[in-house]
Design a protein around this ligand. Sequence first.
Ligand code: ZN
Length: 240
Amino acid sequence: MITRLKILYELQLVDDQLDELEELRGDLPHTVESLETKINDIKKNITEKEKEKKESLKKREENEEQVEKLQTNQKKFKAQLYQVRNNKEYDALTKEIDHTEDQIKKLDAENNALADLSKRLTDEIEEVRPQLNTLNEELKEKQADLKEIIKANEKEETKLKGHRKEIVDQTKKPDYAAYIRIRKAKKGKAVVTIRRSACSGCHNIVPSQRQLEIRRNNKLFFCEYCGRILVSPEIAEQSE
Ligand SMILES: [Zn+2]
């Protein structure tokens, strides 16, 4: 049982050291992640606008072709005006000419609107581009900083992780499960000891009878206030 308790305390010590390394990274991992999200959102937005611009340009070209055809027809109709033989033919032809004129006007208006849209999209893209550049620069810097910190502690981290694995292999499965559950809930410490008659996790006094029981080192005890695993100061000393 003593070994079982010691193993749990050792596991906590290794995780404390790994947590310290993690803390050295500070907000950097989170900052890098949020910069990446921002950049991707802007890029996606630009891609969508570029696509819309392309579609608008294609539609404009189609419209222009259409207008050219209509204008050719219009010339033909107007030439035919000189060859009409009666009023009925004349009326039919002028009607055709008017109709063509309307179509051309409509297409021209549509193209003007599409040109305005393109211009607006271009402006909007140009507006966010500097922001994208700034964010990219910032991301590069933060990534470099993070890489440097990780690299500086790489050896220590690998060593600690190796050591942690050895300890985990020796830990009983239910003990490890309990350890992980408490560690998650308490965001860090899962195994604590008694210091000045108090739980070193939550600083609540451990009743003296309970302290005696814990000192026997023959059972797993949990702090009745914070739920952390409580080991005797002897176990803690021996593990350190
Ligand atoms: Zn406690």
